[in-house]
Ligand binder design. Sequence first.
Ligand SMILES: [Zn+2]
Length: 141
Amino acid sequence: MGGGAASSSFKIDKGSPLWRHTTRVAQCPGGGAYIWKCNFCNIQHRSSYSRVKLHFLGPAGEGIHMCQGSDKKGLPAAQIAALAKEQDDADRAVAKAKRGASQKTNIPTPSSDQTNTRTHPFLPMPTTNDEDEDPSPLTEP
Ligand SMILES: [Zn+2]
């Protein structure tokens, strides 16, 4: 709540929220890897975001050790659960955005897409054969 987030000028992508719990020191040239420092355990790493996720959420042994927290006892389960939820929410948001982008138009109010699905039937093409307009003789009795 201190608002001291100005230390990092890196943009946080929508799909990678856990960068927020790190301090990115520098971007490695020629790739998506960063030198970053964990805000919990203060250990510096050099990896891409996939390893950041592993550091916080596991599973262990995937090329990076899991976060041990500030007291070296590991992150509390509730903390890991909160981080996992952050990532999960981000994944959903990205998937949703992708789905929305694949649709033809971006609808400004997506909340009304369920009530508005009235399939208005296409008008049948009027077969305007001019011959049909021939004045049919009225058969008067
Ligand atoms: Zn850590």
